[in-house]
Design a protein around this ligand. Structure first.
Ligand code: GAP
Length: 510
């Protein structure tokens, strides 16, 4: 059984080998934490976007979508708090000259202790078999309890330093925990400093006179500043939402784990505007609805968990993350935040424009409260892709690599394969291609033996293979091979559309 590290390596190499994801600027040795989506990756990414857009915009009459510009007025980032507070605490190791996020060094240290707890649990599980009760074990085993106490103490010190912005305290914690640089192995650390994550650029023809702009670090602010435009032009009534998919940029210092943490990435965000006082009910609603969206992709529920925030940002009155079990552990995939009226109030204050809503039922004006759902598109791609990739052991002892993508997201919905390259079969297969290709992404392949072609389609996640053989010419039927079961069935060409439609139907509609 491959370990998690090997599985992750396989995910990265498979993504490259089959044209899903390439390192950016690869012929120039790449650019740190920036990636390009290849021909199949682009299809999968577009399908994820569409699945989200349909769930959020098309299926909700009170949610509309926008596409705001990446460049925005610099005051927006002052109002949002990003200029002053969108920082990471950084620390350098003097020997390796490597830079780290102080909080990540501490979190990695905690993860190592958690790993020890997991090992103890695994050992006990083996010993006790089915009778093993993890809950009971972790609350009674002496060694595990000591590890947990250590973790709790580190957490408490760490949270206290972060709350008080105590950078010396953070450095002291790193020293006290004996954390060493993974490269040099030494504890020769500099002081901790705050580092703003926004990329700055200039707008205008004369550099000296031009304004400093920031590449947006989130898409959300483009929604807030368009709140009134959308509300008035769309005659939207509260509660209503505005959704957006777009690029965001962050100068991440610890950019790693492939497309999990990138410097240029995409977000799918929705701000839901509600009456003050109703926000916690809506928060609960969106927390549940967003998890259902993830589960509708058919990935098992145990791969997801909520992480409710104990420490809230000053503007939030509730927050949770939906975490996913990536090959490198449970990590944030989506954030759901109850952001009060913070953003609209701040933009009112900084722009001098009143951003309020007149509620005709209450006969009063107020600044709406906001529930935000914010999901990383690239992280969702990684979650789905890594879960889908499987090396399946077959009965004959061989292994087939299969990408079990949800059919609705697969780059190609079907492959059309003439059994042989003669006897009029390619021509018949081309007819089927022409019939389907406007409606579905389908691929034609006539090269190599049919078994190899099936395997190629398995590896890129194509849910169905349509094989054209001599019988097809006689009775106008084809063989359909299912990617997951490898079962084959014969159906009339006339039924192909209906079959594809039913097979590919989004799971949220099934
Ligand atoms: N508007 C709220 C917001 O931006 P966030 O937690 O900073 O909140 C939301 O980001 C989501 O965006 C995260 O849950 C994650 O999926 C994704 N994300 C954030 N930073 C990322 C990065 N550097 N690379 C890839 N995805 C990222």
């Amino acid at each position: 059984m491959a370990n998690q590290e090997e599985i992750f390596k396989k995910v990265v190499s498979h993504a490259k080998e089959y044209g899903f994801i390439f390192p950016s600027s690869e012929i120039y040795d790449g650019l740190g934490a920036v990636y390009d989506y290849g021909q199949l990756g682009t299809e999968l990414k577009n399908n994820i976007k569409q699945y989200w857009w349909k769930a959020m915009v098309q299926l909700h009459e009170n949610i509309v979508g926008i596409d705001s510009a990446i460049f925005m007025h610099p005051k927006i980032w002052k109002a949002s708090g990003h200029v002053d507070a969108f920082n990471d605490p950084l620390i350098d190791n003097r020997d390796s000259k490597k830079r780290y996020r102080a909080d990540v060094l501490i979190e990695d240290h905690i993860a190592k202790i958690e790993e020890k707890i997991n090992k103890e649990c695994e050992k006990a599980h083996k010993r006790f078999g089915d009778a093993f009760d993890r809950q009971q074990f972790v609350s009674t085993n002496q060694r595990v309890m000591e590890h947990q106490k250590q973790i709790d103490e580190i957490h408490a010190r760490y949270a206290d330093c972060m709350n008080r912005n105590d950078l010396d305290g953070l450095k002291q914690l790193i020293l006290d925990l004996g954390i060493v640089c993974p490269i040099s192995g030494t504890r020769n650390w500099t002081d901790v400093r705050q580092f703003n994550l926004m990329f700055a650029t200039k707008m205008g023809s004369v550099i000296d006179d031009s304004d400093t702009l920031y590449l947006r670090p989130e898409t959300a602010q483009g929604i807030f500043v368009n709140f009134l435009n959308v509300q008035k032009s769309g005659r939207m009534k509260i509660p209503f939402g505005i959704a957006q998919i777009g690029k965001a940029f962050r100068n991440e210092i610890v950019a790693r784990q492939f497309i999990f943490r990138m410097r240029e990435f995409e977000q799918m965000e929705m701000q839901f505007f509600v009456r003050p006082g109703t926000e916690l009910d809506w928060f609960k609603h969106w927390k549940e609805e967003r998890l259902q969206w993830h589960l509708s992709l058919g990935i098992p529920a145990e791969k997801y968990r909520y992480h409710d925030h104990e420490k809230l940002a000053h503007y939030a009155n509730a927050a949770t993350d939906i975490e996913f079990q990536f090959p490198f552990g449970f990590k944030e995939l989506e954030g759901i935040h109850s952001r009060t009226d913070f953003d609209l109030s701040r933009h009112s204050q900084f722009s001098g424009k009143k951003l309020q809503y007149f509620d005709s039922e209450l006969n009063e004006s107020y600044t709406p409260y906001v529930i935000e759902t914010s999901i990383g598109l690239d992280r969702t791609f990684l979650a789905i892709f890594s879960h889908a990739l499987d090396d399946e052991q077959l009965d004959d002892g061989s292994v087939r690599t299969v990408l079990r993508l949800p059919a609705v997201l697969a780059p190609y919905k079907a492959a059309v394969l003439p059994l042989v390259k003669k006897d009029g079969l390619p021509e018949k297969a081309r007819e089927i291609m022409d019939m389907l290709k406007y409606h579905y992404m389908v691929q034609y392949d006539e090269k190599d033996a049919i078994g190899r072609r099936y395997r190629r389609q398995d590896a890129i996640g194509t849910p169905l293979c349509i094989t054209v053989d001599n019988d097809t010419l006689q009775n106008n039927s084809v063989t359909l091979r299912d990617r997951d079961t490898m079962q084959q069935e014969r159906i009339p060409i006339d039924n192909l559309f209906m079959y594809l439609h039913n097979h590919i139907k989004p799971m949220m509609l099934k």
